[in-house]
Design a protein around this ligand. Structure first.
Ligand SMILES: Nc1ncnc2c1ncn2[C@@H]1O[C@H](COP(=O)(O)OP(=O)(O)OP(=O)(O)O)[C@@H](O)[C@H]1O
Ligand SMILES: Cc1ncc(COP(=O)(O)O)c(N)n1
Length: 474
């Protein structure tokens, strides 16, 4: 069989961590096609459940039938059933349709302590157990189903599992998530008393919301694919441990967050490295905003001599910066990039000429400052690959536009530097900056770890040189 078609019969968790939402993610993450019949709507988030709303039990049956009439079901996972009437409808449906590979997670109470099963419905749930192939109670649920006190050590939990398996003629997955210690073992216990244990490290995390829902869905999916319970549990547990490790990084909610069902896929999903580089230079950006030069340019109080010095150095800089852009063009992997960087290089040379003609009154007779030389040396040394040159060149676009857009807001008819401020907010330059960022983003997405590190460093160091450049005085 290629893709197992797995039906989850469970409640909805709008925060996406448990219930139907977790089931569909777990089924997909484990290679299945997920379907969902909703038994209950909960109003919940990572901190708790504030309400439960049940559709009529007859409507649950209607959903079950309409799916089964049309689609081959390769496995069923049953979660929150909430009330006796719903449990009975599901029991009748199982008897009528006899779907294969039924995994029942006897959900009673949420991690956050809210009841997800009516107090009077435990008897009906017990009556459902023998209709499943595998049941997956956590330790409190195991104790309730056995009518015994909560097991606090693993050997007691296994004994309860044996009694429950024998009493109902069903395979039981005893789960150690609620124990303490540095391991989180699970065990498959059969009605004949045989036990297969699965050891796993306990992940130190607050993100455990929905682990039971997700595990039972994963096991149903992997069992449909492999036909072997031990393999299905071993594979699902390995997947779950990875998902637990990735949970906190999702930063979902203020309470017990969800696991990351797709933690294993994240590497294959393109990440915007340029945004991470930009975020990392926040202190540089704040530093630029606070410079007397930038403040003086904003309110018009800047000494003309300082402004002239900046323009002279900028002209010298642009001349050399154009060569760096030309180098990016020479190494560009696509024609579009080759054209983009060549055209940007040309714009720099034109820009330099304009500085002379319009602002400086001819060729200035000045030497590049030490700050200028240091920045240009960094740019000239960037490489050897295209991506690193692009990353080094990027802050000049991005920071200039960023500062410029804020400076332009200060402009007014009487502002002594208004013509200069207008150049900052030129739409053509904004477009060129957006293009440069997106080429850098693509280069980063194609880079290996070593190149990525070089790119990030080249970007950061250029940004620091930009700060020093704005900070120089005559
Ligand atoms: N911190 C953890 N580290 C590793 N595995 C864990 C951890 N917590 C739970 N597990 C595993 O998660 C699965 C679910 O176990 P648990 O006993 O927590 O069930 P549950 O209470 O039904 O889950 P939940 O109520 O959180 O949805 C088991 O395989 C268990 O071993
Ligand atoms: C709809 C629904 N189903 C099941 C659970 C149990 O999951 P957990 O024990 O992780 O809260 C839940 N919270 N919500």
């Amino acid at each position: 069989m290629s893709v197992p078609r797995v039906l989850s019969i469970a409640g909805s968790d709008p925060s996406g961590g448990a219930g139907i939402q977790a089931d569909l993610k777990a089924i997909a993450a484990n290679g299945g096609y997920g379907m969902a019949v909703i038994t209950a709507l909960t109003a919940q988030n990572t901190t708790g459940v504030t309400g439960v709303h049940l559709p009529p039990a007859e409507f649950v049956r209607q959903q079950l039938d309409v799916v089964a009439d049309d689609i081959q079901i390769d496995a069923v996972k049953i979660g929150m059933l909430a009330a006796t009437a719903t449990i009975e409808k599901v029991a009748h449906w199982l008897d009528d349709r006899r779907p294969a590979n039924v995994v029942l997670d006897p959900v009673m109470v949420s991690t956050t302590g809210s009841r997800l099963l009516d107090a009077g419905a435990e008897h009906a749930l017990r009556d459902l157990l023998h209709r499943a192939d595998l049941i997956t109670p956590n330790l409190p649920e195991l104790a309730v189903l056995c009518g015994e006190p909560l097991a606090t050590i693993w050997t007691d939990a296994l004994k309860q599992g044996e009694r429950l398996a024998a009493a109902h003629g069903v395979l039981v997955l005893v789960k150690g998530g609620h124990l303490s210690g540095d391991r989180s073992p699970d065990a498959l216990v059969a009605p004949d008393g045989s036990v297969i244990e699965f050891d796993a490290e306990r992940v130190e995390t607050t993100a455990t919301h929905g682990t039971g829902c997700s595990l039972s869905s994963a096991v149903a999916t992997r069992y449909a694919a492999t036909g072997d319970w031990a393999t299905a549990v071993a594979e699902s547990k390995a997947w779950l441990t990875r998902a637990l490790r990735g949970g906190e990084a999702l930063r979902v909610g203020r309470g017990q967050g969800p696991i990351d069902h797709f933690a294993g896929l994240r590497r294959d999903i393109p990440v915007d490295h340029t945004q991470a580089w930009w975020n990392a230079i926040a202190p540089v950006r704040e530093g630029i905003d606070e410079l007397p030069f930038v403040r003086g340019l904003a309110d018009g109080s800047l000494d003309e001599r300082v402004f002239r010095h900046y323009l002279e150095q900028d002209a010298l800089y642009l001349r050399e910066y154009a060569r760096v852009l030309a180098k990016a063009s020479a190494l560009a992997p696509t024609r579009a990039e080759q054209v983009f960087w060549a055209s940007a290089a040309q714009d720099c040379i034109t820009g330099e000429a304009q500085l002379h003609d319009a602002w400086l009154g001819g060729e200035p007779d000045v030497e590049p400052s030490a700050v200028n030389r240091a920045y240009l040396a960094h740019l000239a040394a960037a490489g050897p690959d295209y991506g690193t040159i692009v990353a080094a060149a990027l802050p000049c676009f991005w920071l200039y536009l960023d500062v410029g857009e804020r400076l332009a807001e200060h402009s007014h008819n009487e502002h002594p530097y208004r013509d200069w401020l207008a150049t900052y907010s030129d739409p053509g330059f904004a477009q060129a900056t957006a293009d440069a960022i997106s080429w850098a983003r693509i280069a980063a997405a194609n880079a290996n770890d070593e190149q990525l590190l070089r790119m990030a460093t080249a970007f950061r160091v250029s940004a620091e040189h930009e700060l020093a450049f704005f900070a120089q005085t005559p």
